[in-house]
Ligand binder design. Sequence first.
Ligand code: HEM
Ligand SMILES: *[C@@H]1O[C@H](CO)[C@@H](O)[C@H](O)[C@H]1NC(C)=O
Length: 341
Amino acid sequence: MKPSRAAMLAMVGLVAAVLSRAALSTAAPSLISMPNADGLSYDFHDESCPNLRQMVHDAVEEAIKEDIGVVAGLLRVMFHDCFPQGCDASLLLFDKFWSELNMPQNNGIRRNAVYLIESIRIKVQDACGPTVSCTDIMNLATREAVMHFEVPGYEVPLGLLDSRAPAPRENVEQLPGPDFNATQLIESFQSRGFDITDVVALSGAHTIGRSSCGSFKNRFGENADFVRWLQGTCARNPNHLQDLDVTTPEKFDNVYYNNLKEGKGVLNSDMALTHDASTSWLVDGFAQDQGWFFSQFGTSMRKMAHLPSEFGNNGEIRKYSCFWANLHGPKGPTADLAASA
Ligand code: HEM
Ligand SMILES: *[C@@H]1O[C@H](CO)[C@@H](O)[C@H](O)[C@H]1NC(C)=O
């Protein structure tokens, strides 16, 4: 019988725990080093790469100094990597024949966020050897990016492995669309084990970042000044990138929810949260209480990092590049593609 995924992950966690105990046999087991149900733990790299968090923190702060937009980039990268088949950095693979980044769902994913993850991998690998996956780096970097805005930290489960191939097309197509109504959003997120509170809290990521006109043109014609204004802006410049939070676009805060209450959400899926009783009470709550939004956002992001993954326990630690699998060797076939993207 094939062992279940949970059992395999538990084994991976156990082996890692035993190995690290062997190295430090006098250390009493602490609660936090106990693997989670899925075999991940929060201190997975504490012995093999003690400076990991600091390295990620410094690199993210450096990147933010260059361009605050990298925060939005990382958040969207993590969501679009984790939702299709669990967090496994499959989104980062540049494959000649098939790459997730070429799917319409992933239009506009910021390349500086993708490159930041690879540049951190290089630094981490110099310091610690190939012991930390691109997936762990992606999840840690996203956390640091959010924490830049004085959002209280959330735990990131570590010990995930990287996929050897991109996610199948049909999984990527399951990402929720900007034209979705509340019912569709809830169903989509429920298919991944998220509840209604997660849907509304995670949508709060749209407190930063931008959207192309194509993602909300389905709304043009709505009888509302705000939508007419969006439409006019896009008519003048079809390549316009619209701030998703029209009030405080460069701040991670709860103003996004206040905008929604004033009819100033950009995507149909944003406004939809106010049109359904099962979600609108949460919009009201987060609009009133930023502390609640922050703590719920952390809880939901941690959940995202725990999404069951086909490769999380069955993959590899990419040692040449986050952009190709190890089987390609040190000079991956897509090295130039990756360099020019
Ligand atoms: C609720 C369902 C969601 C839908 C329908 C949705 C859809 C979209 C769309 C259409 C864009 C603009 C893409 C473009 O045209 O350039 C966007 C941007 C963005 N999304 Fe979402 N999204 C959802 C949930 C999330 C979640 C859960 C996160 C992360 C936790 C997230 C983070 C972002 C960020 C940060 C941006 C701005 C990206 C940038 O400026 O580079 N979204 N989203
Ligand atoms: C949401 O959209 C679906 C698919 O278009 C539709 O069948 C359903 O009636 C809509 N629900 C609401 C509440 O508008």
